[in-house]
Design a protein around this ligand. Structure first.
Ligand code: MG
Length: 387
């Protein structure tokens, strides 16, 4: 159906947002708002190219925000949104698009389904826009009083991208210069073009205020990952004590191991690595490596926490079960939990440490070794963050 080019309009100053930084360059989920929009169109198979329209003061901001993305050179906008769109459209003449999608850079959460729907509707209409029906009752207000109810039947909230046949919308915009219309569909309607409505989405909201940005931040879908870890270390007698969760507990034996033999931290490290698919403790800290001889196992846990952070994950909770007859775990639980809270920067309420015995059965019951089971739940962005 011919070449389709997306025009991402970012010429505004965002006066409702406050501060000096225009809203389209604020960070949302670790990336500038505009980058989310540029990526949505750049990655869509129906879009051949993306033309950004920016403010002349924002060239370096834009360069940083679009770094590494395959987009056309930006062009400068004008003193109004309408002028900016016209500048963008004029710049596309040499690109000979058949259709154009005009999108507000401040709508970062446009999804590929909406883009596809608009493109599809352009096969049968010269214009198409995503829109949502109005659910709330509409009121006429005067002097702080509600003085009438508006029939909402047939009323829609318009979003972007607004798609058009390129020649039609270019001509319509040229003719509408100076007419002060609030969106491109209004420009098309003024020129008598028929504009189809396709379903928009609640996520495809415009970020106008810092509260909108917060809401968009919270809309990030998350998935919960679970990891489990299990470890055993052999008991050696005589000895002077064992280290569990970084806490030295005096008793009449030691645990045998290459590192400090903190069996609890080893199980927990494996659980965290397992939750984010980062391998296991033996892979990152092989016992064959002399560097880890007598190592403080807190190092291993810190590494696991680093893997979680790299994936922009957050630990939801940890649950450890230490299985042995001796030493008794209960008197040391609070200190162990606060050690883990310190290492991981986690609230105590998210950490659980339990001790149990195997009723004198098996190797733990006979006092030959200590076993630990660990479970970790981690919240990760979905789809996964760029790493
Ligand atoms: Mg171990």
């Amino acid at each position: 159906m011919g070449r389709c080019i997306a025009l991402v309009v970012a010429g505004g100053r965002g006066s409702r947002f406050g501060g000096d930084l225009p809203k389209q360059y604020h960070l949302l989920r670790g990336q500038p708002v505009i980058r989310h929009a540029l990526k949505a169109f750049g990655e869509h198979p129906g879009v051949a190219a993306v033309r950004p329209v920016i403010h002349p003061d924002d060239t370096s901001l834009f360069a940083a925000a679009a770094q590494g993305l395959d987009v056309l050179e930006p062009v400068f906008g004008g003193s109004s949104r309408q002028e900016s769109v016209l500048n963008g459209l004029e710049s596309l003449l040499s690109q000979t698009p058949k259709t154009v999608l005009i999108h507000d850079a401040a709508r970062p959460d446009v999804d590929s389904e909406i883009i596809s729907q608009v493109i599809k509707a352009l096969k049968t209409h010269p214009g198409a826009i995503p829109a949502l029906p109005i659910a709330d009752t509409l009121k006429h207000g005067r002097n702080g009083l509600s003085v009438g109810t508006v029939d909402r039947d047939g009323l829609w909230r318009a979003q972007t991208p607004q798609g058009f046949c390129f020649k039609d919308i270019l001509q319509a915009h040229r003719q509408a210069a100076g007419a002060e219309l609030t969106d491109d569909a209004a420009v098309a309607e003024r020129a008598g073009l028929s504009v189809a409505l396709v379903p928009g989405s609640e996520e495809n909201q415009k970020v106008s205020t810092s509260k909108d940005l917060l809401r968009a931040e919270r809309r990030q879908a998350k998935e919960t990952r679970i990891g489990s870890g299990f470890d055993v270390h052999r008991i050696e007698r005589p000895g002077d004590g064992v280290t569990l969760c970084g806490v030295k507990i005096p008793c009449d034996f030691n645990l045998k191991g290459h590192s400090d033999a903190d069996v609890a931290l080893h199980a927990l490290t494996d659980a965290l690595m397992g939750a984010v698919g980062a391998g296991d403790i033996g892979m990152h800290f092989p016992a064959s490596d002399e560097r880890w001889l007598d190592a403080d196992s807190c190092l291993f846990l810190e590494k696991a926490a680093q893997f979680v952070r790299q994936r922009q994950g957050q630990i939801i909770n940890l649950d450890l079960t230490i299985i042995c007859e001796h030493p008794k775990i209960d008197p040391h639980r609070a200190l162990m939990a606060s050690r883990l809270a310190d290492i991981l920067g986690l609230e105590l309420g998210r950490i659980s440490i339990k001790g149990t015995t195997t009723e004198k059965l098996g190797f733990t019951g006979r006092g030959e070794g200590i076993a630990v089971q660990a479970v970790a739940a981690v919240s990760l962005p979905y789809p996964p963050a760029d790493t």
